[in-house]
Design a binder for this molecule. Structure first.
Ligand SMILES: [Zn+2]
Length: 210
């Protein structure tokens, strides 16, 4: 993104395509996640000690998951799933289990099922719409991002460029040390010229259409 801004800053919106790798789907530390959340009100943060950012109530008003600092009894405590869901309008939460089984294996997986607190929360709009940290970063900078279909990284034109650079590297003489190796890598990457890159993009676009 820095490279893009240096060359086209404030003149265009970029779309960044990423392989669908689990590491690219990682969420920010303060992201909404229904996993391992306590049902009752208590002092609680995510594992890393980070607080979750606000969610959104069904009427689109922001919903904090923590009581305010000046709350009479629960000052600054995490509200817990029960209170969070009750604030969203669910009335029978008190009787529900935290989650179905140790592995969160609900039998009814329809979005409106109400077998446990975790499943209901998991299916709330704000939780469903939680994006990955990567997408959040790109969008914060005013650009857009998308993921290639799972296991289809070859649709990413950059793979053609890696392939081209690797074949260049393969015909260079053997290296004796890391310094020479780095020189060869840089040389091989530079040999993938802009015309070749444009051809790779066109090729991938045509492949995607078919
Ligand atoms: Zn369940």
């Amino acid at each position: 993104m820095d490279l893009f801004e240096d060359n086209f800053g404030n003149t265009a919106i970029a779309t960044f395509g990423f392989d669908n790798a689990p590491s690219h789907q990682k969420r920010a530390l303060d992201a909404l996640s229904a996993c391992h959340m306590p049902k009752s009100t208590k002092i609680w943060n995510r594992k890393e000690g980070v607080r979750m950012h606000d969610g959104c109530l069904p009427n689109n008003q922001p919903q904090s998951f923590y009581f305010p600092e000046d709350h009479p009894t629960n000052l600054n405590h995490f509200k817990g799933m029960r209170v969070i869901l009750e604030e969203c309008g669910f009335t029978n939460v008190a009787k529900l289990p935290v989650q179905c089984g140790k592995a969160f294996n609900c039998k009814d997986t329809s979005p409106n099922a109400s077998c446990c607190c975790c499943w209901i929360l998991f299916n709330q709009k704000d939780f469903l719409e939680q994006k990955s940290a990567l997408v959040e970063l790109v969008e914060r900078c005013g650009h857009t991002a998308f993921f290639y279909p799972k296991f289809h990284c070859e649709l990413n034109f950059i793979e053609q460029n890696w392939g081209s650079a690797k074949s260049q590297y393969g015909i260079l003489p053997l290296t004796q040390n890391e310094v020479q190796m780095e020189q060869n890598i840089r040389e091989s990457l530079d040999k993938v010229d802009i015309l070749k890159m444009c051809r790779s993009v066109t090729h991938q676009v045509l492949l995607s259409i078919h």
